[in-house]
Design a protein around this ligand. Structure first.
Ligand code: C5P
Length: 209
């Protein structure tokens, strides 16, 4: 069983994907972390994330230790990730890893949950269940702000909102694997639903299948 969860930044798809995987005993892959690792490799090397040659090499030989780096979740890393993610060569370098993970999840478990932007459309078009999780940009920025404040960081709502909108714009309008719901995806708008309600809804749908 493969469950594909897509949606824009900070819509709640990661939280949902993790909880679903735990509930079902499935493996979980955060595919955004792979793009973040490539973006972070550039930032750490002092190279512009828009540098094609660097991103190509970094994605061909991904430094998996970057997945554990504290900077992986920084806003700047998310922005760098969305630049490298627009490069077709980076996407194709990361594709095999994602498909392998979905069809042979680690630990011999019976299924995998993958979250990202193009799981239902490109990575796993034959997924058994596709969810597209959205929320308004303002609500997503509000959650990001609260998240950063809870970590003791200084957060600027307006700056975060501008960043969320810019990232949406890049993710939805790129030529390769743009962010969009698969035709057979179930849409879940989390603007007014809390994560528990979204989780219960998703579990009910999985059980139906
Ligand atoms: O989900 P997260 O914010 O960690 O993703 C970071 C960036 O990686 C996204 O803005 C997007 O540009 C890119 N990404 C992608 N395809 C995926 C997952 C993430 O293009 N499957």
């Amino acid at each position: 069983m493969i469950i594909a969860i897509d949606g824009p930044a900070a819509a709640g798809k990661g939280t949902l994907a993790k909880r679903l995987a735990k509930e079902l005993g499935y493996a979980y892959l955060d595919t955004g972390a792979l793009y973040r690792a490539v973006g972070l490799a550039a930032l750490k090397a002092g190279v512009d994330p828009k540098d094609n040659a660097f991103a190509e090499a970094a994605s061909a030989d991904l430094d998996l230790s970057l997945l554990e780096a504290p900077e992986l979740r920084h806003e700047a890393t998310g922005t760098a990730a969305s630049h490298v993610a627009a490069m077709p060569v980076v996407r194709s370098n990361l594709l095999n890893f994602q498909r392998n993970y979905a069809s042979n999840p680690p630990g011999g478990v019976e299924g995998a949950v993958l979250d990202g932007r193009d799981i239902g459309t490109v990575v796993c078009p034959d997924a058994d269940l596709k969810l597209f999780v959205t929320a308004s940009a303002e609500e997503r920025a509000r959650r990001r702000t609260a998240e950063q404040e809870s970590r003791g960081e200084v957060a600027d709502f307006e700056a975060i909102l501008a960043d969320v909108k810019a990232r949406d714009e890049r993710d939805m309008n790129r030529a390769e694997a743009p962010l969009k719901p698969a035709e057979d995806a179930l849409l879940l708008d989390t603007t007014l639903l809390d994560i528990d309600a979204v989780f219960q809804r998703a579990v009910a749908v999985v059980r139906e299948r």
